[in-house]
Ligand binder design. Sequence first.
Ligand code: WQD
Length: 343
Amino acid sequence: MKILVTGGAGYVGSHTCVELLNAGFEVVVADDLSNSSELALRRIEKITGKRVLFYQVDLCHKTNMREIFEEEQIGAVVHCAGLKSVAESVILPLEYYYNHLASTLILCNTMQAYGVRNLVLCSSGRVYGMPEHIPVDEACPVGNNVTPYGRVMVMVEEILRDLHTADPRWKIMFMRFFNPVGAHPSGLIGESPSGTPNNLMPYITEVAVGEEKCVGIFGDDYPTPDGTCIRDYIHVCDVAKGLRMALQHILALPDDTTGLVDAYNLGTGQGHSVLELVHEFEKVVGHPIPYEIRQRRPGDIPVDYCDPSKAERELGWRAEHTIAEMCRDAYNWRRKNPKGFGN
Ligand code: WQD
């Protein structure tokens, strides 16, 4: 049985491929390389010593997807492909709706045609929007004052719930990860955003290596201890471990008569402010990271961190890496790869 990882050349996808290969799975990657690089696949092979089958396809094109299922014995899918920037989704809502809805509908339609009903979805903690309570648990209502990225992931989850209602044999897990950061400790794979990074950690890393002059902090007048926004930063290797364990949970269930559809938060359960992350990074690099306060960014919420106990209770998963390790590994990746993957 092979596991199809959509977006497997991307940031979360590539770390997930390493995790799956190291766990003994055979991996097939489908990626359009629009925001990733084939070099990541070579690096995955170097880390694991195992081969990755690769299809460069537009995931929003039905024929491409059918070709993969025709050629390969796919037993389950980990769906990592998709745009992931909250800030960018506010500016480019149509791209986010099309990208996530078209790719997921085509994927599930193809899976259905080939009788493949095991799906792990890379969802997002952003589905909670402005969370009703903190820490956010899975019982917290979704869709409350969300950005386009959060809203489209709510839509995707609702589509998959309807699919399971129509055919309860589907086994579907929504893995709602918070803020993945860091990189594989080897420094061979990591986050390689094309252009100026939208997200905080890669931007701090650019400043740390001297590529950018200073970190612009989007607002220090939020209702938080130091005035800057708080987030649940989680090491990308912990996210990948969570996705692998979700897949194993699905595959361990009885045969086609038993299905499920359920959501799990993947976070550390601890919040760190923007300023705290900057200072953590300074400890790792051993020199100050210049920053300046700028105006707030549309779509940002003051505080967002999760209660990850359901994944621990039901999957036996727990985030293990510290914020210092996240900064260390992000810095290590960037120093070893000044141009990322060059994409
Ligand atoms: C974090 C904080 C900014 C950049 C995330 C990501 C992605 C997604 C979940 C899963 C905010 C501040 C940022 C900068 C700053 N993953 N900031 N200066 O907005 O929580 O969105 O949602 O779905 O991990 O899209 O992450 O890193 O953009 O911002 O001050 O140059 O850092 O205001 O408070 P965010 P982020």
